[in-house]
Design a protein around this ligand. Structure first.
Ligand SMILES: C[S@@+](CC[C@H](N)C(=O)[O-])C[C@H]1O[C@@H](n2cnc3c(N)ncnc32)[C@H](O)[C@@H]1O
Length: 219
């Protein structure tokens, strides 16, 4: 009897702690957003913020949504320390190419280390700003961004660049996660990307983690 009531108290304590943790997470997100505003890159000195046991299991499902095919030239914009890079490079295979662009040299250094250790030779890295992609027009089949778009100060310009580098019929895949302090709602992402000349083709996931795939509209 005593054991059952102890268990009950424990469950209640756990539920209260979970509720409080969630509440503080929301408060923290609001504070970070107000204090920092949008547009600050995730710090390269804290790679565990994005590469951690909580996120690792989502790599394959998110890349499944991106739909990479062997032989494609794929752009990964804002790879961070490269959580998605090795798996994406394996998916394009030896006849394809993964082009990786990040504004922070320390992020690109971490990506290059991972790629070297995996023995991959089909990855091209660039330290560059999304506002000026170092790629030729209509040169990539697919581009994907995970938790990147809200960090970019001029998103309209970055989207115009993505539109420029995508081939006709190319696909842009955007994933956002609630735990990211910059998290935008799906409707905000869709509105912004549509305004840049893309049309939403498919939506995956839920409120906590969603992916929207966009096609390049004809102009
Ligand atoms: C939150 S991290 C996400 C990393 C990775 N996509 C992931 O989900 O694990 C955002 C990344 O976007 C990069 N980034 C931010 N602004 C950028 C810009 N203007 N041009 C290129 N990369 C940018 C940051 O340096 C950082 O590596």
């Amino acid at each position: 009897m005593k054991q059952r009531s102890t268990l009950k108290v424990l469950w209640i304590a756990l539920a209260v702690a979970g509720g409080l943790a969630f509440f503080w997470l929301v408060v923290l997100k609001v504070l970070i957003r107000l204090n920092r505003g949008r547009g600050a890159p995730c710090p390269a000195s804290l790679p565990w913020l994005v590469d951690n046991p909580l996120r690792r299991p989502c790599v394959r499902p998110i890349l499944d949504r991106v739909g990479i095919r062997p032989g494609e030239r794929v752009l990964e914009l804002g790879p961070g320390p490269g959580l998605f890079t090795v798996e994406a490079a394996r998916r394009v295979g030896p006849t394809g190419r993964l082009v990786v662009v990040d504004i922070q040299p320390r992020m690109i250094a971490q990506v290059e280390k991972r790629v070297r250790e995996a023995g991959l030779t089909n990855v091209e890295t660039h330290v560059a700003d999304a506002h000026h992609l170092p790629l030729e027009g209509e040169s990539v089949d697919r581009a994907f961004l995970v938790g990147v778009l809200p960090e970019i100060p001029d998103q309209a310009r970055a989207l115009a660049e993505l539109r420029r580098v995508l081939k006709p019929g190319g696909l842009l895949s955007i994933t956002e996660e609630f735990l990211d302090p910059d998290y935008p709602f799906a409707f905000e992402t869709i509105r912004r990307v549509e305004a840049a000349g893309f049309s939403p083709e498919r939506r995956f996931g839920n409120f906590w983690r969603y992916t929207v795939n966009f096609g390049k509209t004809l102009r």
